[in-house]
Design a protein around this ligand. Sequence first.
Ligand code: ADP
Ligand code: MG
Length: 559
Amino acid sequence: MEKKQFQAESKRLLEMMINSIYSQKEVFLRELISNASDAIDKIYYKALTDEQLTFEKDSYYIKVVPDKETRTLKIIDTGIGMTKEELENNLGVIAKSGSLAFKTENEIKDGHDIIGQFGVGFYAAFMVADVVTVISKAQGSDEAYKWESEGTDGYSIEPVQKDSVGTEIILKIKENTEDDNYDEYLESYSLKSTIKKYSDFIRYPIKMDMSSSRPKEGSDNEFEEYVEEQTINSMVPIWRKNKSELTDEDYETFYMEKRYGFDKPLKHIHVSVDGTIRYNAILFIPEKIPFDYYSKEFEKGLELYSNGVLIMNKCADLLPDYFSFVKGMVDSEDLSLNISREILQHDRQLKLIAKNISKKIKSELQSLLKNNREKYDEFYKSFGRQLKFGVYSDFGSNKEMLQDLLMFYSSKEKKMVTLDEYVSRMPEDQKYIYYASGDSVERIDKLPQTEIVAEKGYEILYFTEDIDEFAIKMLMTYKEKEFKSVSSGDLGIETDENDKNNDEQKEENKELFSAMKDILSGKVKEVRASKRLKSHPVCLTADGEVTIEMEKVLNMMPD
Ligand code: ADP
Ligand code: MG
């Protein structure tokens, strides 16, 4: 029997792999910078155990150098470098990760700082480059080597001269095509924003020469160009800093820099969890409704980082719809990523984080409600509607989560009150939580139906938004008290005397009522004497579960 190896058209395989893994070309930079950071980390880890080595943080950095003239982009690092064998093994073998091996060999259990694990990131360079050249000198070696590949028919390797330890990756950037523009990978400003976006929290400085202009010395209106080396990344993420070191302003600046919104945040929530799952999160409750919030275009979600590297811009799974207004980010070391590092392998950890976050948001809103009512009112004006939608759309767990956060206008207090406040004020003989629906507070005030309830001294909640009554129907009860519309048939407060009166009136006016019913035929089901009118001559009452206001809303909905 003859045993044969699979043959692969390596050029096509490489192309297929690269183009199917990544959804955006710009991530090549994230991958190369992550590798550079790993290479510096390795020196750091070695220095921990090797007394001959010292690690002086200042001498370790990453530098990005675009050059439009030669159409090249260099990514230079002062990391551990690669020997000839390592160049062959790590860059010549797809899906071989020297970094993963490093973690295993050195038994770095807490090596979660090292990012590499799949052994494919490097090849992302071929999405934007025709030729990739790697010049590297390994630590402890006198020789340096140049590895070069066009991504097609393998690679070449030869000795070169390089003085310092580390690696230099040179990309020959592709020419523009009709569909793709590659020039942006040679523009300092667009490179800077890509670095900011994905690699802002790499722990070593990422440097780049940036040109700016300044007023010419001795002149008021003349400017001169100058070039200055800048560190692009912030390095220490704000969420890894100690809460006690941070001021409200720090959070506000972060909110603005991240462009979470154009307003100021109403509140920030900083969470650091170090339990079965470890994560840091900074969440914001915006002050104002984003302009597209109640539109189809609005996308909810939080930024998701894995160990400081941006994985997803808007991870929708982290937020339930009813908290979709929350902005911010989550960083976790414990996510299982798939090889593009854009999607999560299985979402057990993510679900756990999402659950914790929701609970946290709820408790923070509750404490705002308790301790800063003015701010809570402001919040509720913007996003109360969303909470009510939440109650309406699923009453299983949302009910528990949201019922204490709801507020409605109170006939007695003349302001927004919570259900808890309402119930705690109820007189003993009051059985129900009464509500009245209408277009506005003023109109509800004038409703004949509210009179008898108000006269009893009972408080009425005014429902002025379409969603209100639907949400309440889902809640059904609050603290075992049922909700009751003031326009429902049985209000639960009629007296015996009233009943007697009513019966008499029914007899007396029998003919009048039937004549009225004939005239209004098709519009009303019945005309009868009412027990609930005080100063108004007539009122409309709903029959059954759906009240008049709900009927109006339902009639407006498209079929
Ligand atoms: P991964 O980072 O997931 O391991 P890559 O394809 O990005 O996969 O890189 C493959 C391997 O090449 C790395 O594991 C590392 O051993 C080596 N490597 C890549 N870039 C560098 C670099 N700048 N310095 C040192 N080694 C590197
Ligand atoms: Mg990598």
